[in-house]
Design a protein around this ligand. Structure first.
Ligand SMILES: Nc1ncnc2c1ncn2[C@@H]1O[C@H](COP(=O)(O)OP(=O)(O)O)[C@@H](O)[C@H]1O
Ligand SMILES: [Mg+2]
Length: 459
């Protein structure tokens, strides 16, 4: 019997069962079975209801007993005399044929008492009501996910370029093709174990049994992706990356994400995981070469026509060349354009001409903050190259860079190999522009990036 000094209402216990099960329907139908089993029909008792909810959540009778502060023996008697027999009767089975409590959720699911899974779990509202252009990029992503069957897709590009918006638009367009859609921002750099402990019960719809081993957790997560076709978006992955190193290394405590990415692309499953990042993780470079199931798409600025639509929504005025110049200065970065448009509205009477009449490029604080954050992640060699390009103003070829750095005081950069590694790293960060022109390949910075880098480097 229950100890009298512990108060248990039997109302709250295992209430999460309601998320997946038609509880009211079950209470009614099981109560009707009491007539068959006991010869009289009465409601299920509060303790019977709590036991049912516990079993449906995957708790054993022993665990349920501990929760409700009854002895295991008392709970066993209660179940054997009551609930087990009602479930047998409800699901058309002979009495005493239930061999394990684990069959209770299975039998009731097969009888149709489990409600369909929630189709989406997006922790942030994804607003794509004012989304322009990106048709080509959307088609590429749909092809990756559809025809090519990519299991891991990286959506890359500097802050504000439109990764989150594009992924949200993709989710909206493709939701009908998936059984489940999950969206998580990793901006607080959760340890992988914590992330998976949140996602596995959600996707498997089973209670989470604590696993300590990260590899086992990864396998369990991939099993979920195998059973159902899920679209999982991990946003803000750059927050997992290390500062002060070359691009693409995970910070301390997040190293296991590298193995996670590898397995997501190499283990067979029918789902797709998309991640958005400023920086391309190093293993992604290798995975793209090793397997056709890992793909990446780097976002550039919006083309003039589309960027113009964004600016026009702010009701600015200006002559044709000024609109184009404004878009070029901010490299077609939609966030930078929105910030600039707000500044022009507030300080220049919505006139682009007035803004340009100052003859100086004004970068407002929010944009500066984002670019400074990009710059603060660089290692010392990367910083040297960025500062040179910012001071040089003009695009520079590899040879020009080599000649410049070919002095003793730039020791870490005195070989072509070192320099190429640094340029590749800056490219992985989406912070440098590589342009192929008539005289060959040159490297430069977008005007707004150049201006902020000049300030950052004191040049
Ligand atoms: N294609 C687009 N059309 C209209 N606005 C866009 C578009 N892409 C991005 N934006 C806007 O630009 C800003 C930055 O976009 P976001 O997707 O958050 O960039 P990122 O995730 O790359 O940092 C947001 O305010 C967003 O609404
Ligand atoms: Mg984003």
């Amino acid at each position: 019997m229950p100890p009298t000094n512990v108060s248990v209402s039997f109302q709250e216990e295992f209430s999460e069962a309601a998320e997946l099960w038609n509880l009211n329907g079950l209470y009614l139908k099981l109560a009707k079975q009491k007539l068959t089993v006991n010869g009289r029909e009465t409601e299920l008792t509060p303790v019977e209801k709590a036991c049912l909810r516990g079993l449906l959540c995957g708790y054993s009778p022993k665990e349920i007993a501990a929760f409700v502060h009854w002895t295991y023996g008392a709970i066993s008697v209660e179940l054997t005399k009551g609930l087990y027999r009602y479930v047998e009767a409800l699901t058309g089975r002979e009495s005493n044929t239930l061999k394990t409590w684990r069959n209770i959720p299975k039998w009731l699911e097969a009888a149709g008492y489990k409600t369909p899974a929630p189709r989406q779990d997006c922790e942030e509202a994804l607003d794509v009501s004012a989304f322009y252009g990106r048709t080509e990029e959307l088609n590429t992503l749909k092809q990756y996910i559809g025809n090519k069957g990519c299991r891991l897709v990286a959506l890359l590009g500097m802050g504000g370029i439109g990764k989150t918006s594009l992924a949200a638009k993709l989710v909206q367009d493709m939701q009908g093709e998936f059984d489940f859609i999950v969206w998580r921002s990793l901006r607080h750099a959760p340890p992988l174990k914590q992330l998976l402990a949140n996602l596995i019960p959600l996707l498997s719809q089973q209670p989470y049994s604590l696993l300590e081993d990260t590899n086992l957790l990864i396998s369990q997560f991939i099993e979920c992706l195998r059973v159902r076709r899920c679209l999982v978006v991990f946003d803000d992955i750059e927050m997992l990356m290390r500062s002060g190193n070359r691009a693409g290394y995970y910070r301390e405590g997040c190293e296991s994400y590298s193995e996670f990415m590898r397995q997501l692309s190499q283990q067979p499953h029918q789902s797709c995981v998309i991640f958005n990042s400023w920086e391309k993780p190093l293993e992604m470079e290798l995975l793209e070469k090793k397997t056709c199931y890992a793909c990446s798409l780097k976002l550039d600025g919006l083309p003039f026509k589309v960027a113009r639509q964004i600016l026009e929504a702010h009701n600015l005025s200006g002559i044709e060349t000024e609109w184009d110049q404004l878009i070029r200065i901010y490299g077609g970065n939609p966030l930078a354009l929105n910030i600039a448009a707000t500044m022009i509205k507030e300080f220049f009477n919505s006139s682009i001409s007035e803004f340009f009449s100052l003859n100086t490029l004004i970068i407002s604080e929010p944009l500066k903050a984002i670019l400074f954050e990009h710059l603060s992640r660089l290692d010392s060699s990367e910083r040297q190259v960025m500062c040179y390009l910012a001071a040089h103003h003009q695009p520079a070829s590899l040879n020009q860079l080599r000649n410049h750095f070919n002095f003793k005081e730039f020791a870490p950069l005195d070989s072509a190999c070192q320099l190429i590694n640094v340029l590749q790293s800056l490219e992985r960060r989406s912070i440098i522009e590589k342009i192929a022109n008539k005289s060959g390949i040159v490297f430069t910075l977008q005007p707004s990036v150049m201006k902020v880098t000049q300030e950052y480097c004191n040049v």
